[in-house]
Design a protein around this ligand. Structure first.
Ligand code: ACO
Length: 343
């Protein structure tokens, strides 16, 4: 059975930069508060009419170009988002249309900050079993239009940003091995394993309550006035679980592969909050050069955060062929997971 590998990466963030001082002019907050609690310095917001599928299509176009492929070469598309363009159909079909392709399946994944890992798990299984050969996996989010950009929403509005990241996945054989192990045999490149989890007992700890088909009508003025259309978060519970679940998931992946944390060259954790990422780093005993963070510039882009960070990590030359990479995420649901990849 072939292994799945990430053949290329791409990303796109909106041009509009929103600094902490910009937010302080909209709500009762400050640059110092935001930096100290989250590490975020600025984030990107879309212009009116710019959708998650637009950001995703641009990220996908970059990934396709870097893979030396055309959109017509894809045989499957997976989109992870918690901020779909519309209630239905899913963002996948809009993205497909913007890429100018037809007749390939478009799967929408709704697992929030862990959505990219859920998508990776599905893509990996399909490629390993030969179901599809070239899968585009996109994480894309437009948070800005759903935030309360005033005092009422300040606890979440300062955290989230817009953006998209994309990867092209395909099979690799043993012949395409990476860095040698010193004994003449190179370790096989590609995804070693993906591990995904969920615990629905915490669904309301981080959620957007409406629009919701369980209400009749699914959206009303009362819902809007009560703030139900904006994210609601129990920040302390999110923090408490995120800092334990992500290291736990990293160790699970290492145990599954019989590897140790000392063998990991780079960890990319979901860019939830710099303080959370620093606690993950400490829990795993990683030096600064073995963890990658870019939340300072983009805020929390949920399903897009891992592929955006991966793209920038690659662009900055921080990942070398044969390096052992570990991705981990935690988010609404609660959901969490990890992936080990021989780069
Ligand atoms: N600016 C200024 N003050 C604010 C803001 C803001 N944007 N938002 C909230 N506050 C106020 C609160 O109203 C509260 O005021 P009060 O004490 O007068 O009631 C006070 O700040 C709370 O501050 P802290 O005491 O620091 O609260 P806490 O230690 O609980 O920290 C925080 C809150 C930062 C949300 C913390 O719980 C946290 O970091 N949680 C993680 C949440 C997170 O990062 N989520 C990311 C998205 S989820 C994901 O991706 C997995």
């Amino acid at each position: 059975m072939p292994r799945t590998h990430i053949l290329s990466t791409g990303f796109r963030v909106p041009d509009r930069v929103v600094t902490n001082d910009d937010l302080a002019s909209m709500m009762d907050t400050s640059d110092a508060w935001i930096r100290q609690r989250s590490g975020i310095e600025e984030r990107r917001w879309v212009e009116e009419g710019e959708a998650g599928s637009d950001l995703g299509a641009a990220a996908a176009a970059m990934a396709l170009e870097r893979a030396g492929m055309k959109a017509e070469d894809l045989d499957c598309l997976i989109v992870a988002t918690l901020s779909p363009d519309h209630f239905f159909p899913g963002t996948g079909v809009f993205l497909q249309r913007k890429l100018g392709i037809r007749d390939i399946p478009c799967l929408d994944v709704r697992n929030q900050c862990t959505g990219f890992l859920y998508g990776l798990s599905i893509a990996d299984a399909w490629i390993r079993t030969g179901r599809y050969e070239r899968i585009l996996l996109v994480g894309t989010e437009v948070h800005s239009t759903g935030l309360h950009r005033n005092d009422f929403g300040r606890d979440t509005a300062v955290l989230f940003g817009d953006g998209a990241g994309a990867v092209i996945l395909g099979p690799v054989g043993p012949a395409e091995g990476g860095r040698g192990d010193g004994n003449g045999s190179a370790p096989e490149r590609g995804i070693l394993s993906v591990h995904i989890h969920a615990d629905g007992r915490f669904a309301e700890k981080l959620w957007v309550e409406a629009p919701a088909s369980k209400y009749d009508p699914l959206i009303s003025h009362e819902h809007i006035d009560a703030g139900l259309t904006c994210p609601s978060m129990d920040g302390r519970e999110v923090f408490r679980q995120a800092v334990s679940r992500m290291p736990e998931a990293v160790r699970e992946a290492l145990d599954a592969e019989g590897l140790s944390i000392d063998e990991v060259d780079m960890v990319i954790a979901h860019q939830a909050n710099l303080r959370i990422c620093q606690m993950v780093q400490r829990a795993l005993g990683l030096s600064d050069d073995r963890i990658y963070n870019n939340i300072q510039r983009y805020g929390n882009t949920t399903a897009a955060s891992l592929p955006i960070a991966l793209h920038e990590c690659v662009e900055e030359g921080r990942l070398r062929c044969g390096d052992l990479l570990c991705l981990t995420a935690f988010g609404s649901g609660f959901t969490w997971g990890s992936a080990l990849i021989r780069w």
